[in-house]
Design a protein around this ligand. Sequence first.
Ligand SMILES: [Zn+2]
Length: 72
Amino acid sequence: MQYLTCDICKKMITEPLRGKNYYTLKHRHMCRKCKLTIERELQDKAEMENKPYDFLEKKEEFWLTVDKKCSK
Ligand SMILES: [Zn+2]
């Protein structure tokens, strides 16, 4: 069976379908759950700072957060 491992939670993603149950950012793979968790964190942060959440604007921040979580 084809599978991938999420770089953040290290869980196996069985039958990976890009954009559906996993996402690739630069060379990292992440499962849907981890992507949503990070998005949520950034959204909450933006809300606390009273700023609108703009994914494109937050792309670099998103990547840095992913990178940080992967290297833990
Ligand atoms: Zn994950």
